[in-house]
Design a protein. Structure first.
Length: 752
């Protein structure tokens, strides 16, 4: 039998299910699962992730059996949709999308409205009775296919897209501002101009054969698995390259055929907070899915409750809300109820918060996608706890749902409530947390600034997948356009970054490298602060405070304590870190690195005096200055960890690490200590080792200079004794580092 590379779904025949995510990718597996649940899914077929591996191993070529299987998939689509691929009177149009087994939003390519040409667009116009819609779909297809398949998409967001340039020029020529103001005749002309752009750029005609279009799109989607942004996203999220992507070919349904059509993106719970107060999502009347996430138009809320809250947060009156931004619940109540029932069905079936996409075509609801939704760390914890309380999952399952590294995000600071702030704009609370940094408008520049140690806020009109590198290094992200389901919002939540999106009062100019808020002008390099929990933008720096680790977080950690087998200690070198560790439930300190204490304040000077000392007497004199400092540190750490063990390691690193190696720093040290630069350089040279790991460090330092171990032991024991006298029970443990022989340990134990 020939290898099966194509799996059908919908239209009365579904080959796969949710358990086949590795083979069908997340999108394909979930489309198949929804079809089996009798949820309305446009029929289609999935080319497996295995073909992605074959494609690259075979120098981007396919085995001959794939063509036959794809043709069978198209026949399945034609029967299910009652249309014919390539027909001029009743044409079948398809979408071609990626689908990795791990969610990678916006990282790979998509082509919509595929199958359109000069004849098919006339057929679509007659069939739909909406000529403007047909030509609007055609001009969209030419642009998307030109960008994605023909390689005309600009390398950087700051470089001009040739199709957008043509659109802007034509609108200026016509004297209109909005795409929706373009007439049918305008769209016909624009389509012709778009094709002329292709001919001028590439020296060939835009492809009219639907089969040529289809294979071009399949090639592009498989090819996008290895584009720069997808590679970077995989590295950031530990997604193996070997997994590959599937390709999903699906019958097109249209949300942009008129006022009885809509498209939307939603979450079954709030992805920022995890709350389950109302149906959380956004939609647009008479639009395609790309319009919702691209930030071109301000999306409307799905639920009435969400719409009322959104309007209140944005200072929009009830009269204006009803007129311009009514909820789906108010405009299409029957379809809202159907969608809400599907929301509940999907969440109960998958026992997790879902990210869903839908289209309404002439009053009929179609589900385009469901997947486990990306969420903030706080939402991840809350959803896990709530699902246990709702009886959908057990405690062990809840613990496995929360990735350990995401708990770290709950340490993100918030603004100090006592700080004096000047709010200058408000947008949407897209991803919580407070962030302060310098304004940078370009993703590539953001990476350069970050490499220099600057904390930055990436400010964009709207983000795109090309901005992923800059988003990764930014403290936070601010956008002028886009909603809660925009690219910026979804990616920021996945990264644990603070994000404010859709701050519409901003006027951002990339060319001038500035943004205006009313009369206020902020330039690149100026400090701003954003609160992603409230959607607020402030001028200047704002002090922050640590969050409270209670509520759902404390509940989840208590479940971990009930189930776990291992006891956990922490690394800590300061009383403050010891306090934090204890709040997290650490059962002691497994490693306190005493050398970290030497770098603070004036201590480094005393350490350097010790290193430069020529005699034991001079060395002891320097160590005497360090003794009370170390004793104070140990007192604070042991007190914070009372009743719990604290392992304190004596000095470990080689002494050269405490001396400067740059000439200007050596000169500064010489001046500070009243010696010559030559003295400093001589010491650096004398302490240099070809392999410091095996050299003069650890217990060997203590053996050669026992007074160092002596001082540290005395500081530890005196701090412990002081606390014992105060009635505080302490359990210090002294570690001698890098012992290789019994004699080394015996020597240092005797000193202690």
């Amino acid at each position: 039998m020939k290898k099966k590379y194509v799996y059908l779904f919908g239209g009365g025949q579904t080959d796969g299910d949710a358990s086949m995510k590795n083979l069908l990718g997340g999108k394909g597996a979930n489309l198949a699962e929804m079809a089996k649940l009798n949820i309305p899914v446009p029929p289609g077929f999935t080319i497996t992730t295995e073909m992605c591996d074959v494609y690259y191993k075979n120098n981007r070529n396919y085995p001959p059996e794939l063509d036959e299987q794809v043709r069978e998939g198209i026949v399945h689509l034609e029967k299910a949709m009652g249309k014919t691929f390539g027909d001029s009177d009743n044409p079948l149009l398809v979408s071609v999308r990626s689908g990795s087994r791990a969610s990678m939003p916006g990282m790979m390519d998509t082509v919509l409205n595929l199958g359109l040409n000069e004849e098919a667009v006339v057929g679509i116009a007659k069939k739909s009775g909406n000529e403007r819609f047909a030509w609007d779909s055609y001009r969209r297809f030419i642009q998307m296919y030109g960008d994605v398949v023909l390689g005309m998409k600009p390398e950087s967001k700051d470089k001009e897209d040739p199709f957008e340039h043509e659109m802007d020029s034509y609108k200026k020529e016509l004297g209109v501002k909005l795409d929706t103001e373009l007439t049918t005749e305008n769209l016909k002309e624009l389509s012709a101009r778009y094709k002329a752009v292709v001919k001028n750029r590439l020296g060939k005609e835009f492809p009219a054969d639907p089969w040529e279009q289809l294979w071009g799109a399949i090639n592009a989607v498989f090819g996008s698995w290895m584009n720069d942004r997808a590679i970077r996203y995989r590295k950031m999220n530990d997604i193996p390259q070997s997994w590959g992507t599937a390709v999903n070919v699906q019958g097109m349904v249209f949300g942009n055929m008129g006022e009885t059509c809509a498209t939307g993106v939603a979450f079954t719970r709030d992805p920022a907070t995890g709350e389950n107060r109302f149906f959380y999502g956004e939609y647009l009347i008479n639009a395609q899915g790309e319009d919702v996430v691209a930030g071109i138009r301000t999306p409307q809320q799905i639920s009435k409750t969400g719409s009322l809250e959104w309007a209140a947060n944005n200072g929009i009156s009830e009269k204006e809300r009803i007129k311009n931004y009514p909820s789906l619940e108010e405009t299409m109540p029957v379809l809202f109820n159907e969608l809400n029932d599907i929301r509940l069905k999907l969440e109960n079936h998958y026992t997790d918060m879902q990210d869903i996409e839908f289209t309404i075509e002439n009053g009929k609801l179609w589900m385009l996608q469901t997947r486990n939704g990306k969420r903030t760390a706080a939402a991840e914890v809350k959803i896990a706890v709530d699902l246990v309380n709702e009886g959908l999952i057990d405690k062990e399952n809840a613990l496995m749902r929360v990735k350990p590294e995401r708990l770290d995000e709950l340490l993100h600071p918030t603004f100090d409530p006592k700080a004096i702030t000047k709010m200058i704009a408000k947008g949407l609370p897209a991803s919580p947390g407070a962030a302060t940094g310098r304004i940078v408008f370009n993703a590539e520049d953001a990476e350069i600034w970050a490499e220099k140690g600057e904390k930055i806020i990436l400010v964009r009109i709207e983000t795109s997948p090309e901005d992923i590198g800059g988003m990764a290094v930014a403290q936070g992200i601010l956008t002028q356009r886009g909603g809660m389901t925009s690219h910026a919002a979804v990616v920021a939540r996945g990264m644990g970054k603070s994000c404010v999106s859709g701050a519409g009062t901003l006027d951002i100019s990339y060319a001038k490298r500035q943004m205006k808020v009313g009369d206020l002008v902020l330039k690149e390099g100026d400090y701003i602060s954003i609160d992603g929990s409230k959607g607020e933008l402030y001028q200047g720096k704002i002090a922050t405070v640590d969050p409270e680790l209670s509520g759902d977080f404390a509940m989840l950690m208590s479940w971990a304590d009930d189930i776990r087998k291992l006891r956990v200690r922490t690394n800590s070198d300061t009383p403050h870190d010891s306090d934090v560790a204890r709040k997290f439930g650490a059962e002691g300190i497994g490693l306190c690195r005493t050398e970290h204490m030497f770098f603070e304040g004036d201590r480094i000077k005393s350490v350097r005096e010790m290193i430069l000392a020529k005699t034991e007497e001079a060395r002891r004199k320097a160590l005497a200055k360090l003794l009370p400092m170390q004793r104070s540190d140990f007192y604070g750490i042991l007190k914070a960890m009372h009743d719990l063990p604290v392992t304190i390691r004596t000095l470990d690193p080689p002494l050269h690490e405490f001396l400067p190696h740059e000439l200007d720093q050596q000169a500064e040290m010489a001046l500070e200590m009243g010696i010559t630069v030559e003295d400093v350089q001589s010491a650096v040279h004398a302490l240099h080792e070809s392999n410091p790991m095996l050299g003069h460090r650890g217990c060997r330092l203590g053996i050669v200079f026992p007074e160092i171990t002596e001082m540290q032991a005395r500081a530890i024991i005196e701090a412990a004794c002081d606390l014992k006298k105060e009635g505080v029970n302490v359990l210090p443990e002294i570690m001698i580092p890098l012992t290789g022989t019994k004699a080394e340990l015996a020597d240092q134990k005797a000193v202690v």
